[in-house]
Design a binder for this molecule. Structure first.
Ligand code: WTA
Length: 676
């Protein structure tokens, strides 16, 4: 059993432990057309061929100047991949495809309202639009290489267009998930010291046209309070030519992108030649402490890694229609909606809406209309679609050759429905394990080589060499089925470079724990610690058990328990707060929030509501607790530590275990009684 260092509840402890499942073979039709069928790849990418093996991925890209050193390890663990190489990501995702594919769709934008036409944006049109936006960013906003901009855009074509325009200039984009609050956006503006915020007036979600611009106003004010004044707020119009938000524009600060773009028609911007190790973007993610971490990803290494894994694990060919239903506001969308598929010249679908709106047949109608043949989503979405419309996929004429599940463990029963109903038994399924920090996949079956096994991710992908350690740093014997902390022995090109402005935390969180020698310049001494529990079965497949730190994986999205606790502590009456993961049929996990009040204060529904509102305001609706339980006192150890393990057991209707060592064991029964 995996435990975190404090001995408190870990995700792994409460993870569902299912049985080993039988293999399922991939269809021959898939193997016959696959990009990667030769198991010799694992010899080419073995540890003794490291790091030069990754040339194979970098060669998928066009470089202005080839690199001098494949991997520079002179300052561990700040690795530099393809050092000396010069490249531009926007050029690789757009310009270089024009000769062959200018008339081919790059992005299919599917609006949520079904009466609104799907937009098919060709590579030529993408080229024109990316150039015009890049010209606007450079000449209207004065943005230069190395500047940061925060994007708070919904799932619309303007999001990848804006990202690629930034990449063209070497401007570092930091896209914040559109469901996050204005406050959360403002915090990220401050941390990244962004000069410009780019947003949209409104977008459709669940049948509503939501005012989104109002969040930009909150973000601006929050950032200013913390000492960062945005120079401009750029606002795209969801319906070009019409402003769809109720929130007024601030004179001299807010600009409608669609209007300003008129000044930049037909403008071309030469892509800036970037060093491979120049940052491409920041992606904020939750960690153990309250503050989200800005994961800094490189240009050359990152792009090489997402291109390689898109080709071999996603099996993307240029003629495929590829649909990843994640949000571009998360790393999955960056790597496997935008950069990976477009680097390969594929057609990538961007869907604005909720998968189950107006009904659970919607995704399958889209798949039929666009003739999607590669599909990628999360267990949460699969569970929701299965519950709302188990028989819907059969009603539509689409055929997937390949499907992905990502972001959280998937139960075998859900996996089987995905395979048989959604995939019609014709598609190969990959369960890909990785993290925001990693850039791309770490563990997965190679779809034409390994058989599928429901509930298990698979072996390390080519060039990734996992190892499992116990808490004392001893290696857990390979293939023993024993759980421990999964690490990766070697660096890889997609690994993030650092935490923005916090290199110490970067080293502490990911490398200090299992570093063999802090003075060593040999990468072999610096295993990457993923902060996940895992086991390796006798066949070499890894099963991921979940986080061992204070992170709750809600619908495949990482939320820091400390962030939610801090948000509730902003309510004056609250004295202490503890967040624990409660099992949820659809979302996998959901936060339960326990709070105690300052002396003399009474619980009320009004107070519970205010606490809940504070969490939504600070972080976003995604963090809304399932329940806010106001307890007379927190269960505590004699040294005064809150026993989250006991609260988690209560939330999940489990036996609270041995509570005799608590300072106040009587409170446990009281809290159990209170559960509404
Ligand atoms: C979890 C998402 C089981 C894991 C790409 C990891 C998974 C965290 C899987 C990262 C999977 C991701 N099976 N668990 N296939 N994929 N996870 O940063 O706990 O949003 O550490 O990146 O999700 O979440 P993140």
């Amino acid at each position: 059993m995996v435990q975190d260092r404090t001995g408190e509840v870990s995700e792994a402890e409460i993870a569902v432990h299912w049985q080993e499942e039988a293999y399922i073979r991939q269809p021959k039709t898939f193997v016959d057309q696959a990009n990667l069928t030769d198991p010799a790849i694992f010899d080419r990418f073995s540890l003794d061929k490291f790091p030069d093996c990754f040339k194979e991925y970098a060669d998928l890209l066009d470089w202005y100047k080839p690199w001098d050193v494949t991997l520079d390890t002179s300052n561990p663990p700040f690795w530099k991949w393809f050092k000396g190489g010069r490249i531009n990501a926007s050029y690789n995702c757009v310009d270089r495809h024009l000769a062959k594919y200018k008339n081919k769709t790059a992005i299919h934008f599917v609006p949520e309202p079904e009466h609104e036409a799907i937009q098919h944006i060709t590579y030529q049109e993408l080229f024109v639009r990316v150039n015009e936006v890049a010209a606007l960013l450079r000449d209207f906003c004065g943005l230069n290489k190395g500047d940061r901009v925060t994007l708070h855009l919904p799932m619309v074509a303007e999001l990848p267009i804006t990202m690629l325009a930034c990449a063209r200039l070497g401007v570092i984009h930091s896209q914040v998930f559109s469901g996050f609050s204005g406050k959360a956006t403002g915090d990220r503006v401050v941390d990244s010291e962004s000069r410009v915020l780019i947003t949209m007036d409104a977008y459709y979600r669940g049948g509503q046209l939501l005012d989104h611009k109002e969040k930009a106003d909150i973000a601006f004010d929050e950032a200013m309070r913390d000492g960062v004044t945005l120079e401009k707020v750029l606002v795209w119009q969801r319906h070009p030519g019409r402003y769809s938000a109720k929130t007024a524009l601030v004179e001299g600060r807010d600009f409608i992108v669609n209007d300003v773009l008129q000044l930049f028609r037909r403008r071309r911007v030469d892509p800036v030649e970037m060093l491979a190790e120049d940052p491409l973007f920041l992606m904020y993610t939750s960690g153990t402490t309250g503050k989200p971490k800005g994961c800094q990803h490189s240009t050359g290494g990152y792009l090489a890694y997402v291109a390689g894994t898109s080709k071999y694990i996603q099996d993307i060919h240029p003629e495929d229609v590829y649909w990843c239903m994640a949000d571009i506001g998360w790393i999955t969308g960056h790597s496997y909606i935008v950069y990976g598929p477009l680097a390969l010249g594929a057609s990538s679908v961007v869907f604005e809406g909720v998968p189950t709106y107006p009904d659970a047949g919607r995704p399958w109608r889209i798949a039929e209309e666009l003739d999607v043949n590669i599909f990628h989503t999360s267990p949460t979405a699969i569970r929701a679609l299965r519950r709302a419309g188990p028989d819907e996929p059969a009603k539509y004429h689409y055929h997937f050759k390949h499907m992905t599940t990502v972001g959280e463990p998937i139960e075998p029963a859900v996996w089987r429905w995905y395979h048989s109903a959604v995939g019609k038994g014709e598609a190969v399924v990959v369960d890909t394990w990785w993290q925001t920090e990693n850039g791309g996949f770490l563990c997965s079956t190679v779809p034409a080589i390994h058989p599928m096994k429901p509930g298990s991710a698979g072996p390390g992908v080519p060039g990734i060499h996992p190892i499992i350690y116990d808490n004392d740093g001893n290696e857990i014997p390979p293939r023993s089925g024993r759980a421990g902390n999964i690490c990766i022995q070697n660096p890889w090109p997609g690994i993030f470079q650092t935490i923005w402005k916090d290199p110490d935390r970067f080293v502490q969180t990911y490398y200090a724990r299992y570093c063999k020698d802090p003075n060593s310049k040999d990468w072999r001494d610096w295993p990457y610690f993923a902060n996940d529990g895992a086991l390796q079965a006798s066949d070499g497949y890894y099963r991921i058990l979940g986080r061992i730190d204070d992170v709750i994986n809600v619908s495949g999205h990482r939320l820091g328990t400390k962030e939610i606790e801090s948000a509730s502590l902003l309510v004056e009456e609250v004295s202490e707060a503890a967040v624990v993961p409660a099992r949820d049929e659809i979302k996998g996990k959901t936060p339960d929030l326990y709070v105690s009040l300052k002396p003399g204060l009474k619980a009320s529904d009004e107070l519970r509501k205010r606490i809940e509102d504070s969490v939504v305001r600070e972080i976003g609706a995604i963090a809304r607790p399932r329940r806010v339980v106001i307890v007379p006192d927190m269960p505590k150890t004699r040294s005064g530590k809150i026993m989250r393990r006991v609260l988690a057991a209560i939330s999940n209707n489990e036996d609270a275990g041995d509570i005799s060592t608590l300072a106040n064991p009587e409170v446990v029964a009281e809290i159990q009684q209170m559960k509404r």
